[in-house]
Each structure stands twice: as C-alpha cells, then as structure tokens.
Write a protein that binds this ligand. Sequence first.
Ligand code: 2HA
Ligand code: ZN
Length: 270
Amino acid sequence: MSSILDKSPRLKYEVEQVAEVAGYLWEKGWAERNGGNITVNITDAVTDEIRELSSISAPVPIGVTLPELCGCWFFCKGNNRRMRDLARWPMDNGSVIRITDDCAHYEIMADNPVKPTSELPSHLSVHAWLLRNGSPYRASLHTHPIQLVAMSHNAEYLKNDVLSRLLWSMIPETKAFCPRGLGIVPYMLPSSVELANATIDVLADDYDVVMWEKHGVFAVGPDIMEAFDMVDTLNKSAIIFRDAMAMGFVPDGMSDSQMSELSTVFRLPK
Ligand code: 2HA
Ligand code: ZN
C-alpha cells in the first residue's frame, strides 16, 4: 500500500523520529499500555502534492477553536494505541491530520483512519500557544518517566525549583541540556481542561518540561528527539539521586560555585 510518507522525505523522517522515540519510551518502561502521547506539527513537511489529498474522515470537532492552527498538519499517536506499537508500525497506530479552515475541526488525511489521541485538544492547545508566541518548537511529548514521577510523590520536591536544583546538581549535563529546569503542575485529573491550561501557564513561565504531580511529564521541543532528550536527561539525574540514596547516603550534589561556574562558561541562565 502506498503511504503519504512516500510523498515527502521530510515527513518520512519526522515520522521515523517519532517511531524511534516511541520505542525508547517503551524500552525505558515509561509507556505502559497506552500511556503517553506524542503530537508533532508537520506543516512544514507537507508538500503541494500532499495538500491535494482528500481527507479519509469526516471533519471531527476538536472541542476548542484554535485560530493559529487553521490549515496546520499534525502527526499524532492514535487513541488508545500503544507506544510500543507506534514504534514498529507508526502509520497503523498514528495518523496525519489537518485542521480545517474553521480552526475547530480536524480531518484524518492518512494513512489509515486512526482516531487521534483523546488528549488531542490539550496537545493542540499547546501547539497553538507555541505558534502564538513565535516559538520554533513543533513537538510535544507526554510520558511517565518512573524516577521523576516517584520524586513527585514528595511534597518537598514540588516547591518552586527545588527539584530543578537537585536534578541539575547531580551531573553537569542536566543544566547544560535542560537549562530551564522542570516546572511543576500540582495533581489534576488526567485529560482535563484544567490540566491543559495549567500546563500552558507553566510553559509560559519559561519551562520546556513540566512535571504533572504523581502522573508524568509534558515536554515541548523543536522536534520530538529534543523533547525526549530533555526528559531523558532529567530522569537520568533522578536515577543518580536514587542510586546514591540506595547506596546509603544523600548525594552531595555539585556545589553552588560549581553550578555557577557551569552557568557562566556555558552561558546558561543563572
Ligand atoms: O493518553 O498517558 O495521561 C495516555 C496518557 C494520559
Ligand atoms: Zn499520562
């Protein structure tokens, strides 16, 4: 069967990156059953030939009107689909959608009529917010990184930037590659509008990765690999912390002067 991916090498690359990340999420144990979500704004990868395609579904209401997204194209994980299946068969477990010209519906364009994730309204709200703010970011990722979620069960770590500082101090790479740290959203019902709005508020506070207390993280990045790498880097620090504690001591962490030197040399925010 022919695939929309045959019509755009760039789109094929984007979907291959999503599949690669989906495989990592599964292997890391961050994506049990249908846990987690990925949506990527692929509008720039859509060719004139693709624009001529007819939709393969009727228009479906998104539930919100998002003027920034009129005519935009997305690749999304399918509703109730597993990351491990998205990794192996991305076009059977995800779909390409287009936002209709009324900015309030989507149509499925390819390859199969896979209904997008139920989290679509919240992911699309984030993408609309990114475009509204002139951000170059095109990917959003929600996943359940084990050690970061475990740390969110301690109220002490949920105080402003306590967790960011602790994670940054475990290994220099964490601040270098995740210089904005980890924003915190207190526990809210999964899939709720409140959770989506609170996430956007914290992203607007200049975070790229947001912790959803006792649930998971939501990350945005220029592409899906960068969004994944930030979460992976933060979770690596959480593992170092856990392993030091398991060895029977509280890790010292890098000192304030070591952190400050790193920020100066690598031109990171203080
Ligand atoms: O959609 O992880 O929190 C799968 C989820 C929702
Ligand atoms: Zn989740």
